[in-house]
Ligand binder design. Structure first.
Ligand code: ZN
Length: 323
């Protein structure tokens, strides 16, 4: 609330989801509705210092626009990829943005003068799907993002587990095929080396060999499989089986009510969900079978999750002040 007799204004949080190519940014109300959205290029090739400077500029710009619209920015939430130390607010390591121990939370808090939370992009996305999206109301949610890699967030009662080192949720590096292709992490047969969107395209090209006219995306493989093309059907079936193995491990560990699938591969919709539900069902012995659903928030999930982290930071801040 500002002084000089001004009317009380509606609170919003400033939310940013920083990816390797772009930043999704928004002003979000406490009820989860974005009142302004913006996209900015990350341009990671400029180096991590320049990216961090852009993050601060964009956040400050959004806070100024909020005030100009008669809103009150009360906190900032920033989601970034890689290894994130949420307790210290440090972007520890990121392959695609280049962060190495960047104290983004404190930098933003100092620049904007607002409580700030720093989170991991997939965990933020999972938080949003669990609290506002496809997992809403189900309490225990495993969000699995399947894109160029595969990562997960385990959300219990609206909070995503971070891990001791900020690296929880790396379900893409569960071993599913000991004799499988080598993963980017250096080990053979990781789930993401077999079943990420990138891996599906690679596998199809490998099997098609000389017959491959051009690179084929995972979405096209799904469609060709649905149309009955034998090669695509084989690749899709392999993908589904590997994902089911990975998700069955996840369910054995976490016993969730709902598994929410996001990322590019999940856009295949029922072409993925229907066979994957069947394959997961086959793998459940004494385990309780989770609901398997597609993400509801699309590529807004990370930004909305950053907003939720910001709102949680305000609550934590208020709580501390009252003590
Ligand atoms: Zn791996």
């Amino acid at each position: 609330m500002s002084g000089d007799g001004a009317a009380p204004t509606d609170p919003v949080v400033v939310a940013l989801d920083v990816g390797g190519t772009g930043m999704k940014c928004a002003l979000v109300r406490p009820d989860g509705v974005a009142v302004r959205t913006e996209r900015h290029p990350t341009d990671a090739a400029r180096g991590p210092a320049a990216v961090a400077a852009t993050i601060l500029d964009v956040a400050e710009g959004l806070a100024d626009k909020a005030r100009a619209d008669g809103l009150t920015p009360v906190a900032v939430g920033i989601a970034v990829p890689g290894v994130v130390d949420e307790a210290r607010g440090v972007a520890v390591w990121s392959a695609n943005v280049g962060f190495r121990d960047v104290p983004l939370r404190d930098l933003a808090a100092r620049r904007l003068g607002l409580p700030t939370a720093l989170g991991h992009d997939v965990r933020a996305g999972g938080l949003a799907e669990a609290r506002l999206g496809a997992g809403r109301g189900t309490g225990h949610v495993l969000f699995v993002a399947i894109g160029t890699g595969i990562a997960a967030a385990h959300v219990v009662d609206g909070h995503a587990a971070v891990g001791a080192h900020g690296a929880a949720g790396e379900i893409g590096h569960i071993l599913v095929r000991p004799d499988g292709p080598r993963c980017g992490c250096g080990r053979p047969g990781c789930l993401e080396a077999v079943a990420s969107a990138a891996a599906v395209g690679r596998r199809y090209a490998e099997l098609a060999g000389e017959a491959a006219d051009a690179p084929v995306s995972a979405a096209e493989v799904a469609e060709r499989a649905a149309a009955g093309e034998p090669l695509a059907s084989q690749v899709w079936q392999e993908t589904v089986e590997a994902l089911a193995d990975g998700l069955a491990s996840g369910q054995a560990l976490f016993d969730v009510a709902t598994i929410v699938l996001g990322g590019g591969l999940a856009q295949a919709g029922d072409l993925l969900l229907t066979p994957l539900r069947a394959a997961l069902h086959e793998r459940m012995t004494f385990h309780r079978e989770p609901q398997l659903v597609a993400a509801a928030l699309g590529d807004e999930a990370g930004c909305l999750g950053a907003a939720l982290l910001a709102m949680d930071a305000v609550r934590g801040h208020d709580h501390q002040e009252k003590r």
